[in-house]
Ligand binder design. Structure first.
Ligand code: APR
Length: 249
């Protein structure tokens, strides 16, 4: 994008947002990239040298739960060393404009939106910071402390798994319904740092569009969501989102 194109796009996006009653954001790995959390699809389908099906699927878990825990402990340790970036903080500022008419739907499991201070966050793919007991079902917030390769439930001593939605698994019904409702009711949807190829998350974009919402895309490149976008801000979200928020004042 040339500087003039970017200015025009920022102004259009800001105009729409200023007139917007109810706002929704769909975020993905790109929003955390500038914090130092690696995105998934930038790495040839390998995640820290592992095949996805070995570390992020029910079959992989059945085959080797210790490998899965070691992988998630490594991701947890990585997130413990990073901080929210200006993109996360800009979304906190945006929420303050709409308060309870703002929903941030994130595919990210790093917890950085909540750490930054966003309030109405739906973590539709779960969280690296939470465990789920395979015996009693308790979901527990464990922060980012190391958990070993066979952690047990503090309540019932059952086996714990990461509270993450793996490939081939369904989303939590209540969280997904809330996300669909937010996309359905908003009049502007900001799609930030996602390749928009993983469903059902990506379907929030056409859901919002069909109801007449304005779709604003923020990404380094065009994506599967671009066809639905009324305006695209192509550049790093840590730069684009603060520029957009500046214009909302
Ligand atoms: N600013 C904005 N966008 C960025 C930046 C940045 N600094 N860096 C990368 N991106 C964009 C890339 O261009 C890409 O479109 O972020 C997107 C990252 O895409 P993916 O790695 O596919 O991540 P995401 O869309 O969140 O993946 C969805 O798939 O990996 C599974 O369940 C996991 O939640 C994840 C889901």
């Amino acid at each position: 994008m040339t500087e003039d194109e970017l200015e025009a796009a920022l102004e259009r996006a800001a105009r729409w947002l200023r007139g917007c009653e109810r706002a929704c954001v769909l975020s993905g790995a790109g929003v955390s990239a500038e914090s130092g959390v690696p995105t998934f699809r930038a790495s040839d389908g390998l995640w820290e040298g592992h095949r996805i099906e070995d570390v992020a699927s029910p079959d992989g878990w059945d085959r080797n739960p210790a490998l899965v825990w070691n992988f998630y402990n490594a991701r947890r340790a990585n997130v413990a060393t990073v901080k929210p970036n200006p993109g996360h903080h800009a979304l906190v500022a945006m929420e303050q404009r709409w308060v309870d008419r703002f929903t941030l739907v994130t595919q990210n499991v790093d917890g950085l939106h909540l750490e930054a201070g966003s309030k109405n966050v739906l973590e539709i793919h779960g969280s690296l910071r939470q465990t789920r007991c395979l015996t009693c079902g308790a979901v527990t917030n464990r922060g980012l402390e190391p958990l070993g390769d066979a952690p047990e439930c503090p309540q019932c001593n059952g086996r714990l798994r990461p509270h993450i939605v793996w490939f081939g698994e369904g989303l939590d019904d209540d969280i997904w319904m809330a996300a669909m409702e937010a996309a359905d009711r908003c009049d502007a949807l900001l799609v930030v740092g996602t390749s928009a190829v993983v469903h059902p998350a990506a379907s929030l974009v056409p859901i919002a569009r069909r109801k007449g919402a304005t779709v604003i895309e923020v990404n380094l490149t065009r994506t599967e969501a671009s066809a639905y976008a009324d305006v695209g801000l192509y550049g790093p979200s840590g730069v684009m989102l603060p520029k957009l928020v500046e214009r909302l004042a």
